[in-house]
Design a protein around this ligand. Structure first.
Ligand code: CP
Length: 318
């Protein structure tokens, strides 16, 4: 089958619900396209007409700074028409279902929906009921595919060959959609993936995903090429998973003192938002090893790539 349209390669996936099940070719195509859009962001008007005539609706049912602004910026940089749906002032408050709401919005002739929702599976429900292209901007503790793509892009920019490199996800793994999507993406790129944190924050049976588990932060710091430090997601904690934030920082917080035992070229990522002084100290968050704001810029470029590549399926996603 010809997988190109007017010289542009097509993704095998028609929507972006998660990284699980995605093939490496799709990820490679997204990263390659992201680098091209990053160059667009470096031009004076930062804009192309690639999505002129396309309408994208952003539906965020959970708080967001980076992802929401990044998607909106990516859509505008591609010249799409953008509508931001405000859940708190919508007729959902009067009892309308998510599906009815989405179908009514779709009746106004939209093409793509970007949604963040606390319920895993909400995106699949939209995909099954709408004709629009659906992009997951985070669903509960399940997946956050565009975060994994921008993280991977930020890592590969510094370490182009990930095969055999050890990437450690540190902290609150059990509540982290970022961890889940990162694990799938990093494994597709041949990285050794390790998770590290208190046992209360490591999912049972996570080894079945093909990752290493260590509860020894010193060991993880010594053997890692990359560390992605995850936020303690207090909003998702039901009971206490550790005695106090101060205790967590003492045992699991990443400090320059602890990083003294790391490889010289260790790369530090954090998806944000950061809890400075909890999972990461200022001297690490602003230090020489981190690429945290590169991740944010890569987020715009990679979301431009995702929107652009998936737009090839508009009108024929089903
Ligand atoms: N990394 C991330 O998803 O940040 P936001 O919650 O601010 O979008």
């Amino acid at each position: 089958m010809d997988d190109t349209v007017k010289g542009t390669k097509l993704l095998k996936t028609k929507h972006l619900l998660g990284i699980k099940g995605m093939c490496r070719e799709d990820l490679e195509l997204i990263l390659q396209t992201s680098e091209s859009f990053k160059q667009v962001l470096d031009t004076p008007n930062k804009k192309v007409a690639a999505l002129k005539g396309v309408t994208v609706v952003n539906m965020f049912f959970e708080n967001s700074t980076r992802t929401k602004i990044s998607f909106e910026m990516a859509e505008k940089r591609l010249s799409a028409d953008v509508v931001n749906f405000a859940a708190s002032s919508s007729s959902l408050k009067k009892g309308e279902t998510l599906i009815d709401t989405a179908k009514n919005i779709e009746a106004m002739k939209i093409d793509m929906v970007v949604m963040r929702h606390s319920t895993p599976g909400a995106h699949k429900m939209l995909m099954d009921n709408l004709n629009s292209i659906i992009i997951n901007a985070g669903d509960g503790a399940h997946e956050h595919p565009t975060q994994a793509i921008l993280d991977l892009m930020s890592i590969v920019q510094k370490k182009p060959n990930l095969k055999g490199k050890r990437v450690t996800l540190v902290g609150d793994i059990v509540h982290s959609r970022v961890a889940m999507s990162n694990i799938h993406a990093l494994k597709l790129y041949g990285a050794k993936v390790q998770v590290c944190g208190p046992s209360t924050l490591i999912p049972k049976d996570i080894e079945k995903m093909g990752v290493e588990v260590t509860y020894d932060l010193d060991e993880a710091i010594r053997n890692s090429d990359v560390m992605n430090i995850l936020r303690i997601q207090l909003e998702r904690h039901v009971g206490a998973s550790f005695p106090s934030l101060r205790e967590y920082h003492n045992y699991w917080g990443i400090t320059n003192e602890k990083l003294a035992r790391a490889k010289n070229d260790i790369l530090i990522l954090h998806p944000g938002p950061m809890n400075r002084g909890v999972e990461i100290d200022d001297d690490v968050a602003d230090g020489d090893h981190q690429v945290i704001l590169d991740q944010v810029l890569n987020g715009v470029a990679s979301r431009m790539a995702v929107l652009y590549l998936l737009s090839a399926n508009i009108g024929g996603a089903k």
